[in-house]
Design a protein around this ligand. Structure first.
Ligand code: ZN
Length: 132
């Protein structure tokens, strides 16, 4: 019994050390390449409308969806934060949305030039406002 438990303990410890080292290596690599992996430590984002910083949980992520050449790109809400591409952050309220539109902040933040179709975003903010 004594021998068995000692053997298990050693095996567990070895495995844990290897996994830890790999995890650390992976997290530092993705931190450098993506630059967005800090969420756990500092979940703070800047709203493109009012330019105030807020908790990421309070802000809505939006992304640009590029369309055909003739059509404007669309700014769409990404409440699940899963859409690929460059994102911007916005308080999901009409005031911040209109401020961002007036400043053309979406184009700057999302690196999209030309007209932007924000109807999907407007719809999202309006519906959200009605609920709360
Ligand atoms: Zn705001």
């Amino acid at each position: 019994m004594l021998v068995t438990s000692e053997g298990d303990g050693c095996g567990d410890r070895d495995t844990t050390e290897v996994e830890l080292t790999q995890a650390q290596r992976e997290s530092s690599t993705s931190l450098r390449s993506a630059g967005v992996r800090n969420e756990a430590n500092a979940p703070v984002r800047t709203c493109v409308g009012c330019r105030r910083r807020g908790l990421a949980a309070d802000l809505l992520r939006v992304v640009a969806q590029k369309a055909e050449d003739e059509q404007p790109a669309a700014v769409v809400p990404d409440p699940q934060r899963r859409l690929p591409g460059r994102g911007a952050w916005l308080h999901p309220v009409a005031a911040c949305l209109s401020t961002a539109v007036r400043r053309r902040a979406f184009g700057r933040a999302l690196r999209v030039s030309g007209n932007l179709d924000i109807s999907a975003l407007e719809h999202y903010v309006e519906n959200r406002h009605e609920h709360s």
